[in-house]
Write a protein that binds this ligand. Sequence first.
Ligand code: TXA
Ligand code: MG
Length: 319
Amino acid sequence: MNTKILSEQSLDEAVRLLKKGEVIAIPTETVYGLAADATQIEAINKIFAIKKRPANHPLILHLGDIGQLEVWADNIPPLAVQLAQSFWPGPLTLVLNKRPSVTGKITGNQSTIALRIPKHPLTLALLKKLGTGIVAPSANKHKKTSPTSPAHVLKGLSGEIPAILDGGPCELGIESTILDLTQDRPIILRPGTISAKEIEAVLGYPIEMNVPSDKKVPGNMAVHYQPDKPLYLLTKRAIERELLPGMLTAIIHYSELTYKKGPLYIKMPSDRAGYAKKIYQTLHTIDESPVDKVWVEQPPNTSEWDDVNDRLTKAAYKP
Ligand code: TXA
Ligand code: MG
């Protein structure tokens, strides 16, 4: 199969493929998604087969407008509507109780469903033309680095999907914040660009972060987002002291380094948003380069950097 790159002018072709039950890659403001029409079981099955994703790992359902929430979710609490109105379209995924009629294929057979309205003009237009929801995990093989450009999608899935809708590089670069509203209190299951503080400002009370859960979902696995080269998190001091001439090590840093001896240095923006936007792209670049490992300068250990630290910790090599 030849993977075509579709531009905005070919939006109708993307709609046609989805209606036909095909799986295609689509742009969002966070990362590229591997999309299927949420009403077609065979198309949903294809996502799991292409990604090699275990069937019990639930998918996020993407909607075109807030009015569709009731088609998929049951007993929607008023605070869900309040949060949706504040942050959608945008990088906040809400976990709600699913309608009994919604297939367990989407939800990993759980009684809850994760939903969001993504903020990308092409995908919003696509959702409108399709007229129903799109299920989409990130468009990478299970456990690999998420894609933030069509080139990254091709790297992992070329020849396995008929098309990629090209929406340019992703604006934010890290997956959405996931907020579970089905427990006694709202809980952040995965940190993202929408911070706990921003959510608290809407709700008016504190929320819990990263509470360990025994749910078998990708966000809760210690190993995830793995680049091809082993990645290690180190302090600036350790990087400067322990790197020896001749080592084939790529260095990702955001502070100024005094001693440079390695073959590849990538200087990251020192603000969280700039760093987040560039991190997956940087890991993909390093995968293509002739180094044998990656040393990453540990970002600041503050709540502002929660999402970046979460992804890097999961990407780090585990013996
Ligand atoms: O930004 C994003 O969220 C991107 C774009 C494409 O929208 N999507 C994404 O999908 O990151 P994926 O499949 O890579 O991650 C989906 C996460 C998983 O960690 C899964 O645990 C969680 O969503 N999830 C989905 N349904 C859930 C549910 N019912 N309860 C708890 N977690 C759920
Ligand atoms: Mg993913």
